[in-house]
Design a protein around this ligand. Structure first.
Ligand code: SF4
Length: 70
């Protein structure tokens, strides 16, 4: 697996609740070919040293969180 690829979930595991990321405008939900969902942080593009591409979920605290405006 190349770095940056979504992590492999356990077989049959439900999609993770991503905590704060689920209400953050920087979240992008990506799916692999088997339909598993992962929470990608778009802030990782500009600040990879501060924000992992796929943060460990659930994220409980994050200085970069900005509310999603629906
Ligand atoms: S900025 Fe923080 S809360 Fe928002 S998607 Fe990234 S890791 Fe999650």
């Amino acid at each position: 697996m190349a770095s940056g690829d979504p992590p492999e979930p356990s077989p049959g595991a439900p999609p993770p609740g991503a905590g704060l990321c689920d209400s953050c405008r920087h979240q992008q939900v990506v799916r692999n070919t088997r339909g598993s969902a992962f929470s990608l942080c778009r802030r990782s593009r500009d600040e990879p040293e501060r924000y992992p591409r796929y943060p460990r979920v659930p994220v409980l605290r994050c200085p970069g969180h900005e509310p999603l405006i629906r």
